[in-house]
Design a protein around this ligand. Structure first.
Ligand SMILES: CC(C)(COP(=O)(O)OP(=O)(O)OC[C@H]1O[C@@H](n2cnc3c(N)ncnc32)[C@H](O)[C@@H]1OP(=O)(O)O)[C@@H](O)C(=O)NCCC(=O)NCCS
Length: 174
């Protein structure tokens, strides 16, 4: 797929059709075993309640479409602390399993980073489960591995897994 076929934009509010697509994507990704904060089997009502709270002033929402179909999403969490107004976290990078490996993940992250920078956020952080394909995506998108936290979150299978912390910042000596 060419980059021009993927439309990526920030959504300042969620219409019902987009919300419904995001519910489906979240449910299928969680039920496929991804580590994105929920446990399988994910109740669609829980997913619906989650998306109903978004976007917010401190949680900016990126949505990717191809030909009008919602295929992926990412979030920018703007730190609210007085000493952290230069910082943001990129989170919930999700691509519909049917649309993965076509550059959508890379596109939504790039857009999320652009939103963060447009808000003056020069230090960016994210984390992802150790061993997941997402690690390759982040490493190849200029993110630096900072370290790992063992036993960080529980997988749907019940076992605890490590998370890998990544960051990007304006480094005068890259
Ligand atoms: C991680 C995720 C967002 C990647 O989305 P995607 O649209 O498939 O990613 P892209 O097509 O942009 O891939 C970019 C690069 O990431 C790496 N990558 C992505 N998925 C991969 C996989 N399954 N296996 C190996 N490498 C993979 C590759 O290096 C790829 O580049 P290439 O295709 O040129 O080799 C997607 O797999 C997903 O939604 N996973 C479940 C949710 C999740 O774990 N999100 C991260 C939580 S922080």
């Amino acid at each position: 797929m060419t980059a021009t076929e993927i439309q990526v934009r920030e959504m300042l509010s969620l219409d019902d059709a987009t919300k419904s697509s995001l519910v489906s994507i979240l449910v299928s990704i969680v039920n496929d075993g991804a580590a994105v904060g929920f446990l399988a089997p994910l109740d669609p009502n829980e997913a619906e309640a989650y998306w109903a709270r978004l976007p917010r002033a401190d949680t900016r929402l990126v949505v990717a479409t191809v030909g009008g179909t919602v295929v992926g999403t990412a979030q920018v969490h703007l730190a609210g602390q007085a000493n952290g107004r230069h910082r943001a976290e990129i989170a919930k990078v999700l691509v519909d399993p049917a649309w993965q490996r076509q550059g959508i993940g890379r596109a939504v992250i790039a857009h999320a980073e652009a939103i963060a920078r447009s808000q003056g956020r020069t230090t960016l952080v994210l984390d992802t489960r150790e061993g997941d394909p997402s690690n390759r995506l982040y490493r190849s998108s200029g993110w630096r591995e900072i370290g790992r936290i063992p036993e960080y979150a529980r997988s749907s299978t019940g076992e605890l897994h490590a998370t890998v912390i990544y960051a990007k910042w304006d480094d005068p000596n890259p």
